[in-house]
Design a protein. Sequence first.
Length: 212
Amino acid sequence: MNRKQIVLTSHAALLIGALFFIVPALTAWHPQYGYLFALTFYWLFFCLPVIGWHALEGSDGRLFTEKLRWRDWWIIPLLLVQVTIVALANFVPNTSILTQGSMYLALLIAAINGPLEEMAWRGGFLGTFRDKPRLGFWLGWALFTAWHIPLALSHDIVFDGGALALVGGASALGLFWAWIAWRTGSVFYVSLAHMLTNVFAFWVLFARNGFA
């Protein structure tokens, strides 16, 4: 790996290591505020720097384009199917606990988190590992999965399906989104799918844990 690739990988590993301490500490202080502060820390000290230093630097615009090759038209309905499956599996069974306040908060957090994560994890690793696309693909996927492990250590936060569903779901969806981004060379459509997926997931999470 070259220097830039080592820096990106080390940055991700250090972020994950730090969150193993930060998430439990913040959520022990206050579960709801602590969880949101941990997300903010992640956005400010990983997502935004990676987007600026790795995804945007040297980008020719293809990484963020909405244009698809004609043979990839089926990717859009496929992503809609994925979002629908998440809604049916996670959201529909929990409609009785949902609140309006948790919906507004979920919309806000999803609108931030989905695009930032895709631009950082998929965009950052695609852009930085152009000469080693397979290595960038698998490293980005593995580290994206790993960063969800500290979230499972949150105090007094209940995840629908438990920690295994949280990390396993992130792993499966991360692999799917990484493949789409790798095939298209863009994070545009996976960012939209990630955002919509987060709306349903966060709405249930926030309602179940009394965020709003």
